[in-house]
Design a protein around this ligand. Structure first.
Ligand SMILES: Cc1cc2nc3c(=O)[nH]c(=O)nc-3n(C[C@H](O)[C@H](O)[C@H](O)COP(=O)(O)OP(=O)(O)OC[C@H]3O[C@@H](n4cnc5c(N)ncnc54)[C@H](O)[C@@H]3O)c2cc1C
Length: 300
């Protein structure tokens, strides 16, 4: 429960606060109950002040990027949901082949910025509908590339309000995992290193990636992308299909008929519908193939 003191502090900080805000407006699944306060924070100082106040008043907070990998509970989120806006949405070239991106910048903006500067290497991320912060947290990847391939270092705010930096291997990237996956930290900005490349070549690679996505993924329906991680030696979608679960549904949640690794929201799906469907898929796949499907999407 947000105290009146904390509410007052939030209102006076450099941020845009919305109270009793439906999270369905902020997730690509279009699912999620209300949060007590959805707070788009514009400056590092405001972020520090708000997080310190949350810690001191034992108010829970959750950092959201673009909400494209989340299943938010129907009961909503207690405390604050913090989104990084303002100065966290800035992007700039900071060397011959390096770019510094605020954690709130979308991957789409990074790809376009890099293309316009004639820097290649980020094309794999074209079409991943997340932010830089979310992508580093998850080590997002596609079509042979991963965020770990281009990230040099990242700055973050720790739980005690101190700013720190992780460089290179300290970021502990592995498949859909980073050092941040088990940390209560806010990624502030990220430095990425790319390679000089012909702009046309970059453009065609991006276009090719998007064509592949359009062909394979149900982009016309709300979803959170691939629900399950790729199990060692298998493809989740192929296993799900093999088990006859393509098109399986619970309420308005459905295993996509276009890509069985996706669950789509056909209109009024609840988080409970999606959860029940996920458990059903996991149970059937385990029973029929012996493979355990681990979730890639995060439950909030
Ligand atoms: C149609 C579709 C296609 C997709 N395709 C891909 C794909 O090809 N590859 C892939 O890897 N993913 C894919 N995804 C999933 C998703 O887009 C990625 O995981 C993305 O990186 C999530 O970023 P986000 O900003 O939306 O993070 P969110 O979903 O908002 O958050 C994800 C996690 O990151 C944390 N987080 C976010 N920002 C910060 C921050 N600044 N500091 C600390 N923690 C933070 C959150 O707390 C949360 O735990 C797809 C999703 C959709 C809907």
């Amino acid at each position: 429960m947000i105290s009146s003191e904390l509410k007052e502090l939030i209102i006076n900080e450099d941020c845009n606060a919305f109270f009793d805000e439906p999270m369905s407006l902020h997730t690509s699944f279009r699912i999620g109950g209300k949060t007590e306060c959805f707070c788009e924070v514009n400056t590092e100082q405001a972020l520090k002040n708000i997080i310190t106040a949350c810690r001191e008043s034992s108010t829970p907070y959750f950092i959201i990027g673009l909400g494209s990998n989340l299943l938010v509970n129907d009961d909503g989120i207690e405390g604050l949901v913090i989104k990084l806006g303002g100065e966290f949405e800035e992007i700039a070239k900071c060397g011959e082949d390096t770019i510094r991106c605020g954690a709130g910048v979308s991957l789409a903006k990074v790809c376009l910025f890099a293309k316009n500067k004639g820097l290649g290497g980020a094309e794999f991320a074209w079409g991943i509908p997340g932010s830089v912060g979310g992508a580093v947290f998850m080590n997002a990847g596609a079509y042979g590339g991963e965020i770990k391939d281009i990230v040099v270092s990242s700055r973050y705010l720790d739980e005690d309000g101190k700013i720190k930096e992780l460089k290179g291997i300290e970021q502990d990237f592995s498949y859909r995992h980073s050092a941040y996956s088990n940390k209560k930290a806010v990624i502030l900005d990220v430095t990425i290193r790319l390679t000089p490349k012909n702009k046309n070549e970059i453009f065609y690679l991006m276009q090719d990636t998007m064509e592949k996505r359009k062909k394979k993924q149900p982009l016309n329906r709300p979803s959170a992308g691939s629900v399950f991680k790729r199990p060692d030696g298998y493809y989740a979608a192929a296993l799900i299909e093999e088990c006859g679960l393509k098109g399986e549904s619970v309420g308005d949640a459905q295993v996509s008929t276009k890509h069985s690794g996706f669950i789509v929201n056909n209109g009024k799906a609840t988080a409970e519908d999606v959860r029940t469907l996920i458990e059903k898929v996991q149970d059937v796949v385990k029973e029929k193939t012996g493979v355990e499907l681990e979730c890639e999407i995060r439950f909030v």
